[in-house]
Design a protein around this ligand. Structure first.
Ligand SMILES: [Zn+2]
Length: 488
């Protein structure tokens, strides 16, 4: 009898897992049907989501209410759908510069609004769950593309003091709902790899701790089981790209407190995917993950999953540079050394934080053999030198545009002087740095660490590559592209 029962249980577990995976695959293949096409970039503003929320108000399946306002008076909404007994609460972007999941929430609204082959899944979800969404908890931070609110306070450290109206609103909404499951949706550092592998952490999960001892009660156990289910599902799309966020107890954070107060909480951190600066692929993964999670909660299939998968997820490790150049010979003025260079291409916002340009930095040098690069090259036998400024002035941008820049790279130049030109912003789309004639800044000398990466890479006295503002380009052979150079 017991054997038979176990057998049935095993079959039902496999069946529900298979259903989860089938649903996820189908969502993956049909994502374009649901993608909210007006949302295209991570510097998302409150004004961009307002018309979408207006449209939801007209949909009778949704309830949309104003939950409150940010400190600067932007409306924060609570949107709900479903008639089930189990409550699920999802909130996004309590950090203003972490919009990936907000975009995915609008894809999820579209999912529930369309008539299609998924109707059976939707029925199961909406009959069993009442789902509450609070997208963009920190619209003032989003406006400036910054983590903190307009009070310069981190909402996620304001659970106890409640000095920001946004934290107060989130906490009150939580206490009002007393949901069974909570989804705390964030973006994490773009430097994380999964454990000690070269694979970027595309998604990191955490079942937040209840205390410093990292105890496990039934509430946290359910979070772990659900994360195990989601990890197994996601592995088919991004094998090896799923990490665990650090599980140190943080008594000032929302996730940790919600978990303690009885809501099984799941932290989802959107990470990084190569060549996806606007996080659109990770957004798609969020969409699939969250719908699979809802289905799994609705069917309670997560309960059959062991927490082992969760326990075995490797930690986030800060190991990724944008560009990693290995084994270069370099004369530092004292000695000829062999060094690796870890270069990061940092985004700088402009135009009211709706756009960005890149300003790169040499983040680390020395033996970087335990690190990885999104792009990396072994330059054994090559020599690095600082790029120089071409001594003759160009009269205009036009003249510079017509010039064969390869000639300059071959002579060791990565910067040019310009007699007169107006630049509103300190960058250019031309693949060479521009020094304005009123600029008196000195050369950076021979200091590598922390410098702006403008280099020449040669072998046997011949220039093979140049690095312009942290972008590697071929000189001897065509290779690579400079997204932008700098104007100083
Ligand atoms: Zn965050």
């Amino acid at each position: 009898m017991i054997k038979k029962f176990i057998l049935l249980l095993t079959i039902s577990l496999e069946l529900t897992m298979a259903q989860n995976i089938e649903l996820a695959q189908s969502l993956y293949n049909n994502y374009e049907l649901f993608r909210e096409k007006t949302l295209l970039h991570k510097r998302l503003k409150h004004a961009e989501i307002l018309p979408l929320i207006e449209a939801l108000k007209k949909d009778k399946n949704f309830s949309v209410k104003k939950a409150g306002e940010s400190a600067e008076g932007r409306e924060i909404f609570l949107i709900s759908i479903g008639k089930g007994n189990s409550k699920v609460f999802l909130w996004s972007q309590m950090h203003g510069d972490e919009a990936t999941a907000t975009m995915a929430l609008f894809d999820i609204f579209n999912f529930f609004r369309t008539q299609d082959e998924f109707s059976n899944y939707k029925k199961v979800i909406l009959e069993n769950l009442s789902i509450y969404f609070m997208p963009m908890v920190n619209p003032d931070g989003a406006e400036k593309y910054q983590r903190r609110t307009s009070f310069e306070i981190d909402i996620n450290r304001d659970f106890n003091r409640l000095q920001t109206p946004e934290a107060l609103l989130l906490r009150e909404t939580f206490e009002d709902l007393k949901a069974e499951f909570g989804f705390n949706l964030h973006d994490q550092s773009t430097r994380y790899a999964v454990g000690n592998t070269y694979k970027s952490a595309a998604i990191a999960f955490l079942a937040p701790s209840l205390d410093h001892q990292k105890s496990i009660d039934s509430v946290r156990d359910n979070s772990m089981k659900l994360i195990s289910t989601l990890t197994k599902m996601l592995e088919q799309f991004i094998p090896g790209h799923i990490a665990k966020y650090k599980d140190d107890y943080e008594p000032r954070a929302f996730g940790d407190n919600f978990q303690k107060l009885g809501t099984s909480t799941i932290l989802i951190e959107s990470g990084i995917w190569k060549d996806d600066r606007e996080n659109q692929y990770i957004r798609k993964l969020n969409f699939i993950t969250l719908i699979t999670a809802l289905y799994s909660i609705a069917t309670k299939s997560y309960k059959h999953q062991s927490t082992k998968i969760y326990e075995q997820i490797p930690q986030n490790e800060e190991r990724i540079f944008d560009l990693l150049l290995r084994n270069l010979k370099y004369n530092n003025g004292k000695e000829i050394i062999i060094t690796d260079l870890g270069i990061n291409q940092n985004e700088v916002s402009f135009n009211k934080s709706t756009e960005f340009y890149i300003s790169s930095t040499v983040q680390d040098i020395g033996d970087l053999s335990v690190f990885y690069g999104f792009n990396e090259f072994d330059f054994s036998g090559y020599e690095l030198s600082m790029g120089k400024t071409y001594p003759e002035e160009f009269s205009s941008i036009k003249e510079l545009e017509r010039y064969d820049l390869n000639k300059l790279y071959r002579k060791g130049y990565t910067n040019v002087k310009l007699k007169s030109a107006k630049f509103n912003l300190p960058f250019t789309k031309l693949p060479i740095n521009i020094k304005l004639n009123n600029n008196k800044t000195k050369m950076h000398g021979i200091k590598l660490l922390g410098s702006k990466p403008n280099f020449i890479i040669q072998k046997n006295g011949e220039v093979h590559f140049a690095v312009i503002n942290g972008f590697l380009i071929g000189v001897k052979f065509p290779y690579g592209k400079v997204e932008n150079a700098l104007v100083e």
